[in-house]
Ligand binder design. Structure first.
Ligand code: GLU
Length: 580
């Protein structure tokens, strides 16, 4: 068995290395190996050791050696990759939803807590809801679940609304805040207490757990409704303090799953609420609010993470007790990122400790950070649509995720972005025979496939700036081309200047060009700064880009797509690097 594990691991690691710049990532392979070798779980240490050895050996090979070895082991690799690419391009559609009647008006909702900014983990439930809204021309509600006064922050409300509006391309039809609906929850809570479906329990948590785990009723379960309502009032008025009591739903104590026996639906929290201050003491909890809201808002389909599967059972019990309408529950598998931290509390600490510049720092996995970098909402939509909907959890590395996201984003930016040039390590290029150049200037289309956008003009000068890596690669006697301009020969290479001779304008197949490079006019350029995905900054020059909108992307040719953010007071334009 170990031999076949090693062989499969070798093939997967080679495929991984070939796809990701020659470096295989052992962690990213675990999710792929596990289903084939379930026994890994029993001896993770030794399997990991083998896997790490395999990846280490492979990472020492050159990309050519890796590819050669891979094709020996899996001759169909290239064909498989081609198929994968084709399937990504195919138009995907989500499966039909179950329905009560053909004409049912579909209502979906996305309901985050304002305890942080939206991040990659929220994308999937949010966009599945949106895609179904779109598929059925239904209604989508954004519901902010803020009935736990702890851990929520005011600025997150607006941020979430903005992110959702952006990601759904204005697809949110209604925005609701649960803290505006407390009276409604109290009314239903009173009904539950009145009808003997809930009780006020003042057991110490450990004592309660003991009763519940043993399917025994706690002493408060038999409380008379009048008593329950009196205690409820005391909780509401702050006479009963935090930690002294909880209101529990009376479920089935014989249920095989202890988590589905009596569970809490409201409790006292004394923390100040960002919207309501200290006025509220008794806070209805998630399962109660969601049951009431989903029913009263006519939500037909609840699409959410698999971690809420158990909550669906709890919510149906509450709905039965209150005679409320039920929704279809669709749970989606968790996407585990092997190397992206998505815990809201850990991300909050990073922001608070100023390890990052904010929630929109390019290193953050938040929606706002991706947006600021120039990723388009439509790219996320396409990625999720093509991934399909599944109850199975999946594991993905950052590199794999980014590869897919960039694939869809590039299709959008390629059409959208004007072309420009930028130079990060300027070196000089001097033309010795400028008199042989007959044209007055060089004109370059803003977009190669859309002449309608016009052209920019670069003056003819004796000196231009070229990129350091092009300068390094060119040697005396090399022939090269300045894009959209002409062919040149290096006469002499000095410390920071290439002396060149103009040979002619026409593209000539017989000329052996070392490379075709971009350049900037020394007169007609502007200062810019590019913020890279690791938050480091690069000072650069770019061709003149005129007035740009925040969020507008340009393609700096031979460098990558960059998203304009703002202009500094001194006129330097600041861009965020999007992708190649
Ligand atoms: N506030 C819950 C969450 O963010 C919503 C779960 C649900 O959709 O019911 O996980």
């Amino acid at each position: 068995m170990k031999d076949s594990f090693k062989e499969t691991a070798t093939i997967l690691a080679l495929e991984n290395a070939t796809t990701y710049n020659g470096k295989a990532n052992a962690k990213a392979l675990i999710g792929k190996l596990m289903p084939q070798f379930p026994q890994m779980k029993d001896d993770m240490k030794s399997y990991m050791k083998t896997l790490e050895e395999v990846t280490r050996e492979i990472n020492e090979l050159s990309p050519e050696e890796q590819k050669e070895k891979l094709l020996k082991l899996n001759p169909a690799f290239d064909k498989e990759q081609e198929e994968k690419k084709k399937s990504r391009e195919r138009k995907a559609e989500l499966p039909d939803l179950p329905m009560n009647s053909e004409k049912e008006d579909i209502v979906v909702r996305f309901s985050p807590a304002p305890s942080g900014n939206l991040h990659l983990g929220h994308l999937f439930p949010l966009l599945y809801n949106y895609l179904y809204k779109k598929k059925y021309n239904g209604k989508m509600i954004l519901r902010l679940e803020d009935t736990n006064p702890e851990k929520i922050a005011k600025e997150n409300y607006d941020r979430i609304i903005e992110d959702c509006t952006w990601l759904t391309q204005d697809g949110i039809d209604e925005i609701v805040c649960q803290s505006d609906r407390l009276e409604l929850y109290y009314k239903e809570l009173e009904k539950l207490l009145q009808n003997g479906h809930a009780y006020v329990c003042s057991c110490a948590p450990d004592d309660f757990k003991n009763y519940n785990d043993n399917s025994q009723a706690c002493p408060h379960r038999t409380q008379a409704p009048e008593e329950a309502l009196k205690l409820y009032k005391n909780m509401k008025e702050g006479i009963i303090k935090e930690g002294e009591a909880a209101i529990r739903f009376k479920a089935d104590l014989e249920n095989k799953n202890p988590a589905l026996r009596d569970f809490p639906i409201a409790r006292v929290k004394e923390a100040e609420h960002v919207r309501l201050g200290n006025s509220v003491k008794l806070w209805p909890m998630y399962n109660l609010c969601v049951s009431i809201d989903d029913a009263l808002m006519n939500v037909t389909h609840v699409i959410r993470g698999k971690d809420h599967e158990i909550n669906g059972f709890r919510q149906d019990m509450i709905k039965d007790a209150l005679n409320l309408r039920k929704s279809y529950y669709i749970v989606v598998g968790r996407i585990n990122f092997t190397d992206i931290e998505l815990s809201k509390s850990k991300l909050t600490i990073k922001v608070e400790n100023k390890e990052v510049s904010g929630w929109d720092d390019p290193r953050m996995p938040t929606v706002i950070a991706f947006r600021k970098r120039g990723f388009r909402a439509k790219a996320f939509e396409q990625l999720i649509l093509n991934k399909g909907i599944s109850k199975r959890d999946s594991t993905i590395s950052k590199a794999e995720f980014m590869k897919s996201l960039e694939f869809y984003n590039k299709q959008i930016l390629d059409k959208e972005a004007d072309r420009a040039y930028c130079i990060t390590e300027p070196k000089k290029l001097h033309i010795s025979n400028i008199k042989d150049i007959k044209r007055k200037d060089i004109s370059i289309a803003y977009h190669p496939e859309d002449e309608g956008r016009g052209k920019r003009t670069v003056p003819i000068e004796e000196d231009y700036l070229v990129e350091g890596r092009d300068f390094d690669a060119l040697e005396t006697n090399n022939i090269f081309r300045l894009l959209h301009f002409g062919n040149f020969k290096v006469i002499e290479k000095k410390e920071d200047t290439l002396n060149c001779e103009f040979l002619g304008e026409e593209l000539d197949k017989n000329l052996k060009l070392s490379r075709s490079i971009h350049y900037l006019s020394t007169e007609d350029k502007e200062d810019c700064e590019i913020v890279l995905p690791d938050a480091s900054k690069v000072s650069a020059f770019s061709s003149k880009t005129g007035k740009l909108r925040k969020g507008q992307c340009l393609q700096f040719e031979r460098y990558g797509f960059c998203c304009f953010d703002h202009e500094e007071e001194n006129g330097v334009k600041v861009y965020y690097f999007t992708q190649n």
